[in-house]
Design a protein around this ligand. Structure first.
Ligand SMILES: *[C@@H]1O[C@H](CO)[C@@H](O)[C@H](O)[C@H]1NC(C)=O
Ligand SMILES: *[C@@H]1O[C@H](CO)[C@@H](O)[C@H](O)[C@H]1NC(C)=O
Ligand SMILES: *[C@@H]1O[C@H](CO)[C@@H](O)[C@H](O)[C@H]1NC(C)=O
Ligand SMILES: *[C@@H]1O[C@H](CO)[C@@H](O)[C@H](O)[C@H]1NC(C)=O
Ligand SMILES: *[C@@H]1O[C@H](CO)[C@@H](O)[C@H](O)[C@H]1NC(C)=O
Ligand SMILES: *[C@@H]1O[C@H](CO)[C@@H](O)[C@H](O)[C@H]1NC(C)=O
Length: 457
């Protein structure tokens, strides 16, 4: 009886400020008051054991907490006299606002238990829940139980706005997405991404992953297969629940070319007031369209002069001696899909002699011609080329070599790149490139297969 009275007294105090009780308890736990500590720990166990129910729940679900009077209260209280309270916020820096929850949310289960049920909970329903007994509704004479903190979190949602950008057809890829909800605790959210290509046997984890992106940084990580199948899982690591969605990306439809290079603007020969703009692009064989924009120096808006050029020079006229303009050249893959490259900007310059560029163009034309020629040679099994000859021309001619190789290699070549290249060709794309991957490919196949074939007597 003495003990019960003692508990009554303590309880009355605690039910006023049960957060203080918890602070006191943690002070005691750290050894400040060892004698009282055991008693309080036991008491806390009793209090927390009195309320049962899930305390980590999702927005929109139902919070269900059952408060049960232990034998100790038999004769003092019945379940009809149980009241539920919630205090917010959960941190101790701000004094807790404690609210009584209206009785309409409480159902009597039996003579010793009552259940609080809140449907369609929102983030606002997070907090610390307790139940007390009192003569009238919302009265607290004895604290019966304290639940673990109730945390309301969003269920894992599928990611949205999933998009991928492939740099320069084959160089790298970055996919990004959004989360449709702002999770309360991002530490509880894990995002994973796996990719598979049509020809790969296993899926591969994202090489560089954040909560909102995945990046394949170079040709070792990005194989430039024609189709990428990407699975994104969003997992709540507390509950292990998952939202899982699969996206299919056609790489050739998501290409952003690199910026044009070697941009030169000079006066057109024998044409007064005309400028000859020339440039190059790293990916010689990929089909692109170029856009030329212009603005007067001091103006912020560009005017589009052309956005349908397929060759890399343009002559524009009507420039008086004292005018100054800024030109912007960018490009995108021809066809319906793809993104504009970053623009290359240049201010109009005085006439200047520049032989380097024309040399470069000449060289590229010559190599192109050679390549076409040798591609025919290989295709017809006609002229015998040495491995070294082929290899030395390889970097600029691969676009021509690849189709020719198809005729020579067994259709059953397992290298998945060849297969994806074949698909690309059948879809009107091309397979030319100068990436490291291609070089390895050429080394392997040209040396092993083509050279063998060509060197047969
Ligand atoms: C997503 O979850 C499923 C089922 O647990 C698992 O089989 C798959 O490998 C996961 N995918 C990713 C990208 O983690
Ligand atoms: C995620 O998307 C997949 C496929 O669209 C769907 O089957 C699944 O129900 C979605 N999951 C969630 C949690 O919305
Ligand atoms: C523009 O420059 C290119 C490359 O130097 C040259 O081939 C072409 O003839 C020039 N066009 C004019 C109109 O000057
Ligand atoms: C530039 O474009 C913006 C937006 O299209 C427009 O509001 C502004 O008036 C333009 N400025 C000039 C100088 O044309
Ligand atoms: C650019 O291409 C067009 C047709 O595609 C051609 O008529 C024109 O002569 C070309 N210009 C240059 C400078 O090569
Ligand atoms: C690949 O070639 C092997 C032997 O040459 C053959 O047994 C197999 O069926 C072929 N596979 C395909 C998919 O054609």
């Amino acid at each position: 009886m003495a003990q019960i009275r003692h508990r009554h007294g303590l309880n009355a105090a605690l039910s006023q400020h049960h957060l203080c009780f918890i602070l006191l308890l943690s002070a005691c736990n750290s050894g400040v008051c060892s004698g009282l500590s055991d008693f309080l720990t036991e008491l806390q166990n009793t209090l927390s054991g009195a309320i049962t129910g899930k305390t980590y729940i999702y927005v929109g679900s139902t919070l269900e907490l059952t408060c049960t009077l232990s034998d100790q209260w038999a004769g003092s209280w019945t379940s009809q006299q149980l009241n539920f309270f919630v205090s917010q916020p959960l941190n101790f820096q701000v004094p807790a606002r404690e609210e009584c929850i209206p009785a309409k949310y409480v159902r009597i289960v039996d003579s010793s238990s009552a259940t609080l049920r809140l449907h369609h909970v929102s983030l606002k329903n997070s907090g610390q829940y307790s139940c007390s007994a009192g003569q009238t509704s919302c009265e607290r004479e004895d604290l019966i139980g304290i639940a673990d903190d109730v945390n309301v979190e969003y269920a894992p949602h599928n990611v949205t706005n999933f998009k991928c950008v492939v740099r320069d057809w084959t160089e790298s890829m970055k996919c990004t997405w959004d989360h449709p909800v702002e999770y309360v605790n991002w530490n509880h959210v894990a995002v994973t991404l796996k990719s598979a290509t049509v020809f790969s046997k296993t899926s591969v984890s994202c090489p560089h992953l954040t909560l909102i992106s995945c990046t394949w940084r170079n040709v070792k990580e990005f194989t430039a297969a024609y189709i990428y199948v990407l699975e994104v899982n969003v997992t709540n690591i507390v509950t292990k629940d998952k939202a899982q969605k699969v996206f299919t990306i056609k790489t050739l439809e998501n290409v952003k070319p690199s910026a044009v290079e070697n941009l030169v603007i000079k006066s057109a020969e024998n044409m007064d007031g005309c400028l000859n703009i020339t440039w190059t692009h790293r990916k010689i064989y990929r089909r692109k369209i170029f856009r030329i924009r212009r603005r007067a120096v001091g103006n912020t808006n560009f005017t589009v002069l052309r956005d349908d050029l397929s060759n890399s020079s343009f002559v524009t006229c009507g420039y008086g001696p004292m005018t100054q303009h800024v030109f912007a050249i960018d490009c995108r893959p021809s066809g319906r899909h793809g993104f504009w490259s970053d623009p290359r900007l240049q201010e109009q310059r005085e006439k200047r002699h520049d032989n380097d560029k024309s040399k470069l163009e000449e060289k590229s034309k010559r190599i192109q011609k050679e390549a076409q020629q040798s591609s025919r040679d290989i295709g017809q099994h006609g002229k015998v080329l040495t491995c070294n000859e082929i290899w030395h021309m390889a970097s600029l001619r691969i676009g021509f070599l690849i189709p020719a190789l198809y005729d020579l290699l067994s259709s059953n070549a397992t290298d998945h790149f060849i297969s994806s290249c074949k698909i690309a060709l059948s879809q009107g794309g091309s397979c030319d490139d100068t990436t490291e991957f291609f070089k390895i490919f050429i080394q392997q196949y040209v040396k092993q297969k083509v050279c063998q074939l060509n060197q047969r007597p």
